[in-house]
Design a protein around this ligand. Structure first.
Ligand code: SAM
Ligand code: SF4
Length: 395
């Protein structure tokens, strides 16, 4: 699991600097750091029952509710524009615990009318009963980890669900009242042919979600996959094969009415994830839970990662923040370019320096989007880091 970044010490009482703009849109992220088993490629902050000596949802939920209380004391609560329950595996939470978290947020902050409430769910946790209960608890949008329609790819990723399970879950969700459903896919997996990847994208489309994400497989040190690659048991993912798969995804999704709106995300009209757009646009958000990151008006902080430490800090009346950083105006501008470049909404031409833009247009990495706005071409999306460096004058 990656270490937390360094930063300045965070005050034990959770106090934040004065003068922050709390009038900006506020969002909440809740991290649920539990999984029934660990997938071989994943280095997110998550733990299995075996690693924790059993899962204690009640003490976790109590700690989350304490952190919500702390946020109302040191922040300026205003109705949340969106909530995102991510993991780990939020769909493992018993429904009363999920309800307690969402009720806690509603009571402390309130929700804006029509606020998007997303929950990440693993296909094997989805049934008619769980769908109805999650909807009843206030979840409005489901994000399902499909990854692949190919059994061999799912095995290599060490996923426990079968190829049809995510499709079945996505097909069942609208009848339970979910207007918004997303499927996550992974490309660039060693051994998966282009044809098999095309089949995966088509099966995702046939499940009818209004949103599809496709992420390139990252081989992270410290994961089972990282060790298999190091020992030569699994080949290193081929970047050219991954680029071809990205092309296919963009082409097939475009043909079926899904427009890219961020490098790894496509949506049908009305299906964009408002919460994630808020991150890319620099909104304020409070991240609750072990290892969660928060951002308010250029101040960022992140919580300790271990659930037991997180819980004991809150039980002792302390903030669970491990450290924080206050960004300078220059750092904020740089970060805004890095985030905004990823979006199909892109930039007004006048916002960008002329010479780099000319070069990127000539190289076919930027193009005109809606109105006078500029955004990445498909090739530019695959080279987004290089484009960012040119825009920032670093290359
Ligand atoms: C961390 S998971 C949490 C939600 C849920 N447990 C799931 O697996 O879908 C969110 C997404 O991150 C993806 N992910 C995790 N590690 C990744 C990696 N090394 N490369 C690409 N995607 C990864 C997962 O496949 C999943 O779609
Ligand atoms: S990919 Fe999802 S289910 Fe798999 S270990 Fe990571 S968080 Fe858990």
């Amino acid at each position: 699991m990656p270490a937390l970044p360094d930063g300045d010490p965070a005050p034990a009482d959770g106090r934040l600097p004065g003068g922050l703009d709390w009038n900006r849109t506020l969002r909440a992220y809740v991290h649920v750091p539990f999984c029934s088993s660990r997938c071989g490629y994943c280095d997110f902050n998550t733990y299995t029952a075996a690693e924790l000596g059993g899962l204690r949802f009640d003490s976790y939920v109590e700690a989350i509710r304490r952190e919500i209380g702390l946020a109302t004391q040191v922040g300026h609560p205003r109705p949340l524009a969106s909530v995102f329950l991510g993991g780990g595996t939020p769909s493992l939470l018993p429904v009363p615990d999920l309800t307690a978290i969402l009720d806690g947020l509603r009571q402390a902050f309130g929700l804006e009318p029509g606020a998007e409430v997303t929950m990440e769910a693993n296909p094997e946790d989805v049934s008619g009963d769980t769908l109805a209960a999650w909807r009843e608890a206030g979840v409005t949008r489901l994000s399902l980890g499909m990854q692949s329609a190919d059994a061999a790819t799912l095995r290599l990723l060490q996923r426990v669900h079968t190829p049809g399970a995510a499709v079945a879950a996505a097909l069942a969700a609208p009848a339970a009242g979910f207007e918004h459903v997303s499927l996550d896919l992974i490309y660039g997996v060693p051994g998966q042919s282009l044809e098999s990847w095309r089949e995966t994208v088509l099966s995702a489309v046939e499940a009818g979600p209004d949103h599809i994400s496709a992420y390139a497989l990252g081989v992270e040190p410290g994961t089972a996959l990282g060790r298999q690659v190091r020992r030569g048991e699994v080949p290193v993912p081929d970047p050219d094969a991954a680029a071809q798969q990205y092309d296919v995804a963009d082409e097939v999704l475009g043909e079926h009415g899904y427009q890219w709106y961020e490098i790894s995300n496509w949506a049908r009209p009305g299906g964009r994830c408002e919460h994630n757009l808020g991150y890319w646009r620099g909104d304020n958000w409070w991240g609750f839970g072990p290892g969660a990151h928060s951002h308010v008006d250029g101040v960022r902080w992140w919580n300790v990662k271990r659930p037991a430490t997180y819980q004991s800090m809150l039980a002792a009346g302390h903030s669970p923040a491990a450290a924080r950083e206050v960004l300078t105006a220059q750092q904020r501008e740089t970060e805004q370019v890095m985030l905004q470049v990823r979006l199909a909404d892109g930039f007004e031409r006048a916002e960008l320096p002329e010479a780099p833009v000319e070069r990127l247009l000539a190289d076919g990495l930027l193009e005109n989007g809606d109105g006078a706005r500029l955004h990445l071409t498909r090739r530019g999306r695959m080279l987004a880091d290089a484009v960012t460096r040119v825009l920032l004058g670093w290359d």
